[in-house]
Design a protein around this ligand. Sequence first.
Ligand code: ARG
Length: 456
Amino acid sequence: MWGGRFAAGPASIMREINASIPFDKRLWKQDIAGSKAHVAMLAKQGIVEGEDAQAITEGLNRIAAEYEADGVPVDLDLEDIHMVTESRLAQLIGPTAGRLHTARSRNDQVATDFRLWVRDAIDEVQAGLVGLQRALLARADENADAVMPGFTHLQSAQPVTLGHHLMAYYEMVRRDRSRFADARARADECPLGAAALAGTGFPIDRHATAAALGFAKPTDNSLDSVSDRDFALDYLMAATQASLHLSRLAEEFIIWASQPFGFVKLPDAYSTGSSIMPQKRNPDAAELVRGHAGRIMGCMTALCMTMKGLPLAYSKDMQDDKPPVFEAHDLLALSIAAMTGMIETVTFRTDRMRGLAESGFATATDLADWLVREGGIPFREAHHITGRAVAAAEASGVPLDQLPIATLKAIDARIDDRIYAVLTVDASVASRMSHGGTAPAQVRARIAQAQEELGS
Ligand code: ARG
């Protein structure tokens, strides 16, 4: 394709390091779509004859059918998907194939193909994330009243509801979706027609190709068009953050599935056994989701490192942009699907959660708040009094709400019988009615709103 000025062919090691076809064959659909839009525009502008454009389009359709049926042939001599396709076109329709590359370069071609691919990848991730949100909503709704210990420092802190805890992840996923939507909006400009780097002297219509490929507009600077990979980085950064959230949720499941916690029984479908310890039930899927987040972040870092310091415009380093994006996408799609499946099918041991919420003096803050509210005591002093009540309960091995009133009065005479109404875990969570609080009524209100956000 480019051998005109060379006397000798490339060394075999050059062929190998130069070729991107082993991985960029994944862009074949986008490459064919880009070429079809380009040749239609060339014909409309009178740059190629209508007949030639038709032969090229028919040839491209036939190649698409071949790729669909048999896959893309990996020929290292042809370097990449653009040349594999063009050379097959030449076999099919002869020298007319050579007119397709008028007013185009592989530099704007690959930038266009890759943007199209990333745009589709974002749509696929968005659909997966909506599924995850629906799963979270369904389980949160089911468990809006289920009390569990809420943690800070992984120490029992205050009772919360399981529904509230799950809805925290709903909010994270909502932000992830908004990051992907942002990424998609910024990627929505078409580089095709920037040619090698400087634009072209042919009277092309970049608005037409942009519209034909479903882009909002053409890009505005030809140098930027062929050297910009922000759209891939935006994707990887959004993917990194989404995977961090998935990893945190996975980690919760791993902790919750451990025997000392016993908050969940992971479904058989997402667990594995041990070949030596028959009692084992390992949370492998969750562990792999946690692990994949590290690899996805690695992909993001890899592309940052590839791009940093590259002068304008295109450099071959940029061919390395695709493997990390493909890898991250595959890992993310799999992680979202696995996490969604686990949430849909996990058994929550709500009795166990409630038991632990009741045993950890988790309503101590409620006692202190009551002293402030009912006794007019400054919070710091109330905190101190409550600390003594907790010590007394711990010494006699009972929860706070089972301390006799005499014991409580001996600690502070301002405490009376009404205190028992706030010491149960149910009273505690029900009282947290501040906006975004854990009260079942608040949680249900947010779930209803979220259901509306998602649409039915
Ligand atoms: N395979 C190349 C890539 O993925 C296509 C662009 C090649 N451009 C060039 N001037 N050699 O980046």
